[in-house]
Ligand binder design. Structure first.
Ligand code: GDP
Length: 297
């Protein structure tokens, strides 16, 4: 499970603080230094750690004026609250249009991040909420992407619109939209092509789809295991294509967790969902406060 090592380290810091009873300023300083090291080792981006420590320190210095909590508890409370702030103090929702209006969601991301799997997971989630989603297979480059989407769509009981791999993705997206309109689907999710690395062709293709179709939500899928790379990818997609939110996959693995803590602060875009396994039911809404509690253990 992600964060294990970070959780262990933070718990250790806090255990030592609690043991001390009365704390000197030096004790708090030393503890905060250890918190900083733990975050850096968890692959949280340096810029984010610096800002985070500044906020915590500012609050911790004046903390002894507050009654009811001992200094150790106070530091823990502040770290907890600042972790929540870092990930976005409110739970972000995928914005859907009301009623029969079609919401177009474009899924983007690098190959292997989990985009196709997440697309099917998301369709299942929306279906269970009473929506009528249609999936469109716009990844015409990766061998087997279309079949994978069809197989997963079938498992979810969700229709998949495909035109094979000989058409260009813009035409597929447009035709899928017409199909959705005719058959009264109210969500269209486009599974677009990823690449191994960010390249101009991919960015242009995504921009072309956005030009041809009114995309309501662009959702970036990134792999938590790739740590700071995931954050860099999110930053670049944000700049070049524009994104509305992020799905962080493979948080069930042994990712150090830094991406979860950095993405919001670096890109300004919220994490919407987290992938917690390979099964199609393993997609969870992202709650910053629950994640902070989990990190603190
Ligand atoms: P794409 O190239 O981005 O479309 O990636 P895929 O959807 O094909 O996923 C790549 C691999 O990651 C597959 O083996 C998926 O089963 C796996 N995967 C996707 N999401 C998760 C997740 O949340 N947890 C785990 N453990 N594996 C995942």
């Amino acid at each position: 499970m992600a964060f294990e090592s970070l959780t262990d380290k933070l718990q250790n810091v806090f255990k030592n603080l609690r043991k001390k009873g009365r704390l000197t300023e030096a004790d708090v300083k030393a503890a905060l230094k250890e918190v900083k090291m733990a975050l850096l080792e968890a692959d949280v981006s340096f810029k984010v750690v610096k800002q985070f420590m500044k906020s915590v320190q500012e609050r911790a210095v004046g903390a002894d004026v507050m009654s009811g909590l001992n200094p150790g508890q106070m530091v823990i409370k502040i770290v907890n609250e600042e972790l929540v702030n870092l990930m976005g103090s409110e739970t972000a929702e995928l914005l859907l249009k009301p009623g029969s209006e079609i919401t177009v969601i474009m899924m983007v991301g690098l190959q292997g991040a989990g985009k196709t799997t997440t697309t099917a997971k998301l369709a299942g989630k929306l279906k269970s909420k009473g929506r009528k989603p249609l999936l469109a297979a716009c990844d015409v480059y990766r061998p087997a992407a279309i079949t994978q989407l069809q197989v997963n769509g079938e498992k979810q009981g969700v229709e998949v619109f495909s035109m094979g791999d000989k058409q260009n993705p813009v035409n597929i997206a447009k035709a899928a939209y017409e199909h959705a309109k005719k058959e009264k689907f109210n969500v269209l999710i486009l599974d677009t092509a990823g690449r191994l690395h960010i390249d101009e062709d991919m960015m242009k293709e995504l921009a072309d789809i956005k030009e041809a179709l009114e995309v309501d939500q662009t959702v970036l899928v990134v792999d938590a295991m790739t740590g700071q790379d995931a954050v860099n990818v999110a930053e670049t997609f944000g700049e070049k294509v524009g994104i509305d939110g992020v799905v962080l996959t493979k948080l069930d693995g042994d990712a150090r967790g830094g991406a979860a803590l950095s993405i919001r602060a670096i890109t300004g875009k919220p994490i919407l969902f987290v992938g917690m396994g390979e099964k199609l039911s393993d997609l969870e809404q992202f709650y910053p406060d629950r994640m902070a509690s989990r990190i603190l253990g």
